[in-house]
Design a protein around this ligand. Structure first.
Ligand code: F6R
Ligand code: MG
Ligand code: MG
Length: 360
């Protein structure tokens, strides 16, 4: 069995919250290189999306394995030291604990992991986001795995025809439910349309083989107060019984509105971009998604191919920019502004307190 683990964190950025500089990428690479020499992992690739560093690792230790998590933790610690040395902005932002304790879950970094028997040829795509939250994947994963208008294979390919199962997480209760699609598509949609409460955490084939895994940590819920962004990642297996690479990418051809953007408090379009263009500039955004395609070869990561680095997504980017302009014109009003519960910065409690005796 092979495991793919993507563990990600924002541990410092240049300037403000725009990009993870090479100084930090070099540091995490040094630690992962040692991890490879010591056989903790088989292979790795370090990527970034905006101010987030994504450690894409392959190994044979299974999901949630403490040595692999500790390796990622050490890499982010070393990058944090560098970020502090250089006085980079937000140094150590997503490192919420003094010490490592078995697993990065709950300590700040996000993780998406998937263990499976490698097929004869094993293509997968790593989707990496910045300036948004895990529920940004609800719409595209539904399109990919349940909507034949996106994934022609659901109709045309006998190996996809029976559909997929979705594991949905209720953020506030910390509980999951499994929904079997296409039978329960309407129930699934009833949940995952509520993006501030429910998020898709995993997708499976009917025989239980994993199809997709999403990082679902919400930093603000972990720490009980605003401490950073959730900026999610996802792993999607492709071809031969799974969506084709092009079907997985097609799910991002509509730049749907997601929460995040400036101060994590605004709705804006999710713009698919190349890794080089994942530099959220305008109003710290708009939110970005990068797609890196790999082939696995006995745990070795061949690639990546930067899949949104393609003129076929120019129209989507143009639409995203039109939507960004349209949303921005709302200024401080909803629906550009998130509803009160979802705001990551607000002065509302203080304003209400000040005005308390003025309401009658
Ligand atoms: C959003 C994000 C940025 C910051 C904003 C203010 O994910 O990271 O939009 O929220 O730049 O940052 P601080 O509070 O660090 O000045
Ligand atoms: Mg940051
Ligand atoms: Mg970020």
């Amino acid at each position: 069995m092979t495991t793919i683990s993507i563990i990600k964190a924002d541990v410092g950025s240049l300037p403000g919250h725009v990009s993870a500089p090479n100084h930090l990428i070099n540091e995490v690479e040094k630690v992962l290189e040692e991890g490879m020499e010591e056989s903790t992992i088989i292979d790795y690739h370090v990527a970034s999306c905006g101010d987030d560093i994504d450690l894409i690792m392959s190994h044979d230790n299974g999901e949630g394995e403490s040595e692999v998590h500790e390796l990622a933790w050490d890499a982010f610690q070393q990058a944090t030291d560098k970020a502090e040395e250089l006085s980079l902005y937000g140094a150590g932002q997503d490192i919420l604990s003094e010490a490592f304790s078995g697993n990065v879950k709950g300590l700040g970094p996000g993780s998406a992991e998937m263990e499976f028997e490698e097929r004869e040829s094993e293509p997968f795509v790593a989707f990496l986001c910045d300036k948004t939250s895990p529920s940004a994947f609800n719409y595209p994963l539904y399109k990919m795995f349940a909507d034949p208008s996106n994934t022609a294979g659901l109709v045309l390919d006998p190996s996809l025809h029976e559909g997929f199962d979705f594991e949905v997480l209720d953020y506030y209760e910390g509980e999951t439910a499994n929904l079997s699609c296409p039978d329960e598509i309407y129930d699934l949609l009833a949940l995952i349309g509520e993006t501030s409460k429910y998020t898709i955490q995993k997708v499976f084939k009917k025989d239980g083989s994993p199809a997709a895994a999403i990082s679902t940590e919400k930093l603000n819920l972990i720490a009980g107060e605003y401490v950073g962004k959730d900026d999610p990642v996802a792993i999607v297996r492709c071809q031969s019984g799974y969506p084709a690479v092009g079907e997985a990418l097609e799910a991002f051809s509509f730049p749907h509105l997601v929460p995040g953007w400036m101060r994590g408090s605004h709705n804006g379009p999710l713009m698919p971009v190349s890794e080089e263009n994942a530099t959220p500039s305008r109003f710290d955004g708009p939110p970005r998604v990068v797609a890196l395609g790999f082939q696995l070869n006995d745990g070795e990561l061949i690639g990546p191919k930067d899949l949104f680095d393609d003129p076929a997504f120019d129209r989507t980017r143009e639409k995203a920019q039109n939507a960004a302009e349209y949303m921005r014109r709302h200024g401080t009003f909803q629906p550009h502004l998130l509803r009160e519960d979802d705001l990551e910065y607000t002065t509302l409690p203080e304003v209400l307190e000040k005005l308390d005796d003025r309401f009658s």
